[in-house]
Design a protein around this ligand. Structure first.
Ligand code: HEM
Ligand code: HEM
Length: 199
């Protein structure tokens, strides 16, 4: 098990966080757009509560991910990647980090400005970030709505790029992030010359 990122794989903690957050975010985007059109009633309230609790969990996991990224170096880009692709990957990853913070924070702010109570999975109360405030409610609601569209678009591009790396370039970029990726040793020939290769 690789704890830290290296040339071959992302470390296990980064991989676990990547897939847990990806799963949560895809679910939250789908449920977020669906839940608003549900008829009012206890079922709608329960689904909103679940959306908020999972959203707060994503915020906690993102804080952990940022802390890890500060102490562990980034995996180097595949050597064959042209400079524009490296820059595009860096920019899109940075933008995703920003949106993955903006989404839960704007949701939390929207909930606070609407003066709704907030509990994490019915286990404990989460403090409000503000009192009732109509202007703040409108701004945070708009941020939540438009940042969701931007996030969905950039995730779609990100997934397309990952699949292109895997099936087109076959450069191991996706394998290095897969849940069961292992830090396989380099092929022997690459690591040390064999007898047959010796001059
Ligand atoms: C990564 C985290 C999150 C994602 C991806 C996400 C996604 C979404 C999406 C796509 C919608 C529907 C679009 C719209 O805003 O009108 C939505 C609505 C909503 N979200 Fe989130 N959300 C997240 C976190 C949160 C959190 C942490 C809270 C509150 C603590 C929250 C509260 C709400 C509420 C109250 C609505 C309904 C807004 C309305 O009825 O107008 N969300 N969310
Ligand atoms: C909501 C869904 C997703 C989000 C928000 C997301 C976000 C991210 C972010 C922010 C990174 C940069 C790594 C870091 O510095 O932490 C990353 C890396 C990566 N993601 Fe995703 N991801 C999602 C889904 C996916 C899916 C479905 C795939 C595969 C089809 C995928 C494949 C990868 C790969 C291969 C990398 C490593 C890229 C590299 O080494 O430069 N991701 N992802």
């Amino acid at each position: 098990m690789a704890w830290r990122n290296d040339e071959r794989v992302w470390g296990t903690p980064m991989r676990v966080l990547h897939w847990a957050i990806a799963l949560g975010v895809i679910g939250l985007l789908a449920v977020g757009w669906w839940m608003q059109d549900l008829p009012n009633g206890p079922r709608k309230i329960d689904i909103y509560k679940l959306h908020k609790s999972i959203g707060l969990t994503v915020l906690a996991l993102m804080s952990l991910r940022i802390a890890l990224r500060l102490v562990d170096r980034r995996r180097p880009a595949a050597p064959a990647m042209p400079a524009w692709q490296r820059r595009a990957a860096r920019a899109s990853h940075g933008l995703m980090y920003l949106l993955l913070l903006a989404m839960p924070l704007s949701g939390w702010l929207y909930n606070s400005a609407s003066n709704f109570p907030l509990k994490w999975f019915e286990l404990f109360r989460v403090p409000a970030l503000s009192g009732r405030d109509e202007t703040l409610k409108a701004i945070s609601g708009a941020v939540h709505e438009y940042a969701a569209i931007a996030l969905a678009a950039i995730v779609a591009l990100h997934v397309a790029a990952a699949l292109k790396h895997h099936f087109g370039d076959r450069d191991g970029v996706l394998r290095a992030m897969l849940p069961f990726a292992s830090a396989r040793p380099a092929p022997r020939a690459a690591a040390e010359p064999t007898k047959e290769q010796d001059p």
